[in-house]
Design a protein around this ligand. Structure first.
Ligand code: SAM
Length: 238
């Protein structure tokens, strides 16, 4: 076993999150594969068991504390990297129809191997978010988009909100001290058809504050968004 089981359950119970009996074994296998693969290919800077348990696994599961995800809901995890939060959510709740998107092929290969080890499948998209979101196959097709540690909120909203159906939710996982970028992002979010309806700071464990922002998609995103990458980074919406 790689994860610290006691710390894991203590942390998620404090958050008010519970998982099914089989989920812990799947998550633990993912953690083992993460740290093993990380020896030859850089997937994460966090490798110490207690840190992996809290900062990757419990942190990802905190999504379930704030968002009510119905059975068979569709989620796109944008800039998923080694699978946070998307792969943790999928292993905890295999009913979720998860799409993993990242611009780095090798990280997606790792996610595929963890899924296959657990007999699960999911959509894997090797593209930049701002390109995938222009394709009819992905545009406004998801109940939820999630993202952790990908970009500042104005930029991230332009990446993520176009994927979300009207009535769906974009879940942004941020550090607690991101007040300024949230203020700046408000008008961008509105231009893209969204509105912040929850902005919550919480303690993942003692002295480890995190922030989660839930943005409701109230209307379609205008077709001119997302703009090409260079424009987004040069002139973020504000
Ligand atoms: N979400 C994961 C986590 O919290 O551990 C990974 C975070 S990592 C710092 C950022 C990831 O976002 C990288 O894997 C990178 O390839 C991806 N990324 C950044 N910009 C992207 C874009 N425009 N489209 C797709 N992936 C992107």
């Amino acid at each position: 076993m790689f994860l610290n089981e006691k710390l894991f359950y203590g942390t998620i119970e404090n958050l008010g999150v519970s998982i099914d009996a089989g989920a812990f074994a799947r998550l633990d296998r993912f953690a083992e594969m993460l740290v093993e693969t990380n020896k030859s290919f850089n997937l994460t800077a966090i490798t110490e068991p207690d840190d992996v348990t809290v900062k990757h696994f419990a942190d990802s599961l905190s999504v379930f504390k704030f968002a009510d995800i119905p059975e068979n809901a569709s989620i796109i995890d944008v800039g998923t990297g080694a699978g946070f939060p998307g792969l943790v959510l999928k292993l905890a709740r295999p009913d979720i129809r998860m799409t993993f998107l990242d611009s780095t092929r090798k990280k997606l290969g790792f996610i595929e191997s963890v899924l296959s080890e657990n007999g699960l499948s999911a959509d894997i998209v090797h593209m930049r978010a701002e390109e995938a979101a222009r394709l009819p196959k992905y545009r406004e097709k998801f109940d939820f988009a999630t993202a952790r540690a990908v970009a500042s909120l104005p930029v991230l909203s332009e990446y993520c909100l176009p994927f979300v159906k009207t009535g769906g939710t974009f879940i942004s996982m941020k550090s607690a001290d991101s007040t300024e970028e949230i203020d700046i992002a408000k008008s961008a979010i509105s231009i893209l058809g969204g509105k912040i309806f929850q902005n919550q700071v919480f303690d993942l464990v003692e002295n480890t504050p995190r922030r989660i922002i839930l943005i409701k998609k109230n209307s379609q995103t205008p077709t001119k968004y997302p703009r090409p990458s260079a424009q987004i980074s040069k002139k973020p919406l504000k």
